[in-house]
Design a protein around this ligand. Structure first.
Ligand code: ZN
Length: 205
């Protein structure tokens, strides 16, 4: 039978940014904690998938039923004429905190790799095109804001998306702008402060 310490460490090693040594440290941390802490941690992990679901329209994680739309998509105050494309959930948190955007979101789920010509499977390209078409037909979509990190892969994905949505843009005449141009080179949205994001939103082009 596999050593329980090694076994648990293997799970932690799959976490983003966690290596062998850190994974082991997590296991020993838990061994030092009292049993109620470990039990509560386990319970919280177990209930996560039951309580949190992904919105079928924007792909944000939210608390609610699996067949429902999230708070942003459901809220009548949300500006349905604007759609902001971001890479991941953490970017959403940051843009929300900057309090300067009241439109819809779309979580792309990754960036397009520069080397391959194929559509990476983690990119929600088909879903994005569907959402854009629905919004253009039903909500008179006026503007798409591409807000990806300002690094080579982010810029490559920006161009790639513009290409992919150009036929919809011709048909429905919405504007496509990039948030990245208001940020300095190398900026990651996830680590930008509210003021930086606010300025980037105001200076989008
Ligand atoms: Zn949503």
């Amino acid at each position: 039978m596999e050593d329980p310490i090694e076994k648990l460490a293997r799970y932690f090693k799959e976490f983003p940014g966690i290596g062998e040594r850190q994974a082991k440290r997590f296991v020993y941390f838990l061994l030092h904690k009292n049993p109620s802490y470990v039990k509560e941690l386990g319970d919280n992990i177990n209930s996560l998938k039951n309580l949190i679901h992904q919105c079928p329209s924007c792909f944000l994680f939210f608390r609610g039923d699996s067949d429902q739309l999230c708070e942003v998509c459901k809220n009548p105050k949300t500006d349905k004429t604007s759609l902001l494309i971001i890479e991941k959930d953490a970017d959403y948190e940051n843009i929300k905190k900057s309090k300067n955007y009241s439109g819809m979101y779309f979580i792309l789920g990754g960036l397009a790799p520069i080397v391959t010509k194929e559509t990476p499977s983690f990119l929600r390209l088909k879903e994005l095109l569907n959402t854009i078409e629905t919004r253009a037909k039903n909500d008179k979509l006026k503007e798409i804001i591409i807000a990806l990190s300002l690094n080579p892969q982010g810029e490559h994905t920006d161009m790639y998306l513009r290409e992919q949505i150009s036929h919809l843009q011709d048909r429905y005449k919405f504007k496509v702008v990039s948030l990245g141009r208001g940020l300095s080179t190398g900026t990651e949205l996830e680590y930008s402060d509210g003021e930086t994001i606010k300025n980037a939103l105001l200076n989008r082009q």
